[in-house]
Design a protein around this ligand. Structure first.
Ligand code: R5P
Length: 294
């Protein structure tokens, strides 16, 4: 019987011993069915085990945010350089050409806005439509510790159950409300809960202190959100540290599409993620591409 007595913080994360992959290249995925593994193999590059997801789903609660006013102009030129596109079905149908062959991670929760309580979401896409769109993953927020924690967990559980039935993985996105903690203890808790519930991979944020334990304590792959716009070198350094400490990629939006040179930035991010390029070299690569692109 689970209870709240004597809860002790984790101490031994075995940081010197990598997780046993049991014959499949992706952590925690060895026992999934063929279709699910195949979709995960389109999301994560089997050669590196990592991914660069381009996130441009922010409009589902933020409206036309900076850089996303005209997705046809700002985002479509970036798609060739991304491994995965993360967006809503509205933008997918309205703006992304059906000839696109990049895998899509579909934002499947919604029902809130920046004017209301962020954690009050519902599932906003039926599984049939996700299948019709041919997506490779479905995504919803879990708001651990927020007012609507239970409801957000229920949303993700429903996606996991319906998605698993049809071989579609679920990405649980650890949402952070306005006043919520953003430290390793919080993200360790939130990502682990999502994985225990069956999420196939989890999006979190990078934290300077203790990220390695967040990644080690999560039995499925983690990708990091970029968060608010940083100077390009800082964003590349954040990506580098996250990958170096166990993340399996990024799901990055603003630090790419709000960059001075988004096409150069996404290529520099990919260098870090797939080639483990060091921040200084990746930044120089960004500057060189930016100069060449005029
Ligand atoms: C957040 O809820 C959105 O779903 C974004 O996908 C996510 O935050 C990643 O974008 P960014 O790198 O801009 O934080």
């Amino acid at each position: 019987m689970a209870d709240l007595d004597d809860i002790r913080e984790g101490k031994d994360f075995g940081l010197d011993r990598p997780a046993d992959l049991q014959g499949f290249f992706l952590k925690g995925a060895a026992n999934h069915d063929w279709g699910l593994k195949n979709r995960l193999s389109r999301i994560f590059n089997p050669k590196t085990g990592r991914t660069v997801m381009l996130a441009f789903d922010h409009g589902y609660f933020q409206g036309p945010a900076t850089g996303l006013e005209r997705i046809d102009l700002s985002i479509l030129p970036l798609c060739d350089y991304a491994d995965v596109l993360m967006c809503t079905r509205g933008v997918l149908r309205a703006t992304v050409p059906p000839s696109n062959t990049k895998p899509v991670a579909l934002r499947c929760s919604g029902g809130n806005s920046i004017l209301s309580e962020l954690s009050n979401e519902t599932i906003a896409v039926d599984i049939e439509d996700a299948i019709r769109l041919g997506v490779c993953a479905m995504a919803a927020q879990v708001y651990i510790g927020a007012e609507f924690e239970h409801k957000s967990i229920t949303n993700v559980v429903k996606l996991i159950d319906t998605g698993t039935r049809y071989g579609i993985p679920t990405l649980a996105v650890t949402g952070v409300g306005k006043d919520m903690a953003r430290d390793a203890k919080y993200f360790g808790l939130a990502t682990r809960i999502a994985a225990e519930l069956g999420a196939h991979y989890v999006k979190t944020y990078f934290v300077e202190e203790g990220f390695e334990k967040v990644a080690a304590g999560c039995p499925v792959p983690l990708v990091i959100a970029g968060g608010k716009k940083l100077p390009e070198r800082d964003a590349l350094e954040m990506a580098y540290k996250a990958i170096d400490q166990g993340a399996a990629g990024v799901d990055m939006g603003r630090n790419i599409f709000q960059s001075d040179a988004p096409v150069a930035m996404i290529q520099a991010v990919a260098k870090v993620v797939h080639d483990l390029e060091k921040p200084d070299q990746a930044y120089q690569y960004y500057l060189d591409l930016k100069a060449a692109q005029g």
